[in-house]
Design a protein around this ligand. Sequence first.
Ligand code: RFL
Ligand code: PHB
Length: 389
Amino acid sequence: MQTQVAIIGGGPSGLLLAQLLHRRGIDSIVLERKTKNYVLGRIRAGVLEQGLVRLMEEAGCADRLHAEGFQHDGTLISYGDEMFRIDFKKHTGKPVIVYGQTEVTRDLYEAREQANGLIEFNVENVVINGADTDNPHVTYAVHGEIRRIECDFVAGCDGFHGVSRKTIPTDVRREYEKVYPFGWLGILSKTPPVNHELIYANSPRGFALASMRNESLCRYYIQCSLDDDVEDWSDDAFWEEFKKRIPADQAKQLITGPSIEKSIAPLRSFVTEPMRWGRLFLCGDAAHIVPPTGAKGLNTAASDVHYLYEALRGYYETSSADGIDAYSAKALARVWKTERFSWWFSSLMHRYPGQTAFDHRIQVAELEFLRSNEAAQKAMAENYVGLPY
Ligand code: RFL
Ligand code: PHB
């Protein structure tokens, strides 16, 4: 088979890139290791920056997002029973949109199907060959049959555990990592949100987050130990712990119900450099991970897709390699700023094992500064709604 861009990974990065390229007449094939239902079953991000909304519009996939997404003009931050609001609209003029990653992915799959875009599911043993030459090709197996794609470029959109990053030789690749000593236990439940805005809570018992998908579907998280087993957390135990971590007046109005999904995610900051090797480009979680505090993972994947889409358009529409040559540096400049924000917000909101009384007082002082200082609120709001690209 032959295509212009071979895309490894059918998550949101790969699908969005494929659909954007398609609208400009650039051909691609997406290779996905799992089934479509498996990909759609992963409950992940819930907060979209305007940049991602704009890309979904350009991809022709934003109708449902506009009809069903919720505009949030601010967020709530609590410590103990104190709570304050960061007003995004006032400080930046921009809101964020609450719309699940599952729905973004579903809309993109639908668009790819309507456009008869080729997505190969259940692929195994993907190997990227000749990425440092002018003629790369990708081989893979489906149901035991070996297949081969000749292409101009390879987009590595295959997440943290994919093959693309590992294709870049170790003497070229530099990795930066910070692993946090806790995880997030998350549940999804068919209950109305405790508040119409998200609550990020720093409590003496650890972090909690009240998020949502719509007016009858909630996504709540609590900081947990990395040794915890999800099977050991009953719904009742989750609700009891969650209530203790949000302000008492919020806990009083919390409506609980059975969970329809429950999982534990570890927290990590990770960046690989460079994000391009010859004709291979890394996008999204394949190149970097942020802890979920601040909702930046999917949104940072979207900014990579934007830079790569512009680079490939430049190549095919005006025969310019400038965008391609600048891709890694441009993407990384923004990635590191979102890494900093996610690390800062995580450090402010969680309890760390071994944290001293001094460390805690510093957290409270910083929260009180944020509560009372307009410049600090503006900096927080600018990062939360998304840095420009
Ligand atoms: P994905 O979604 O991991 O998709 C990669 C795809 O590649 C496939 N794959 C392969 N295919 C072929 N061959 C191989 N060898 C392959 N290896 C892997 C995989 O099956 C998969 O389908 O990466 P992508 O597209 O870059 O998207 C990134 C986002 O999924 C991720 O950044 C976010 O979910 C992170 N995240 C959040 N981001 C936000 O912007 N806002 C949020 O509110 C937010 N909340 C979250 C999150 C992530 C979480 N978890 C569980 C990690 C909340 C949580 C709990
Ligand atoms: C979510 O709704 O899953 C979510 C929202 C905000 C975050 C992280 C996750 O910071």
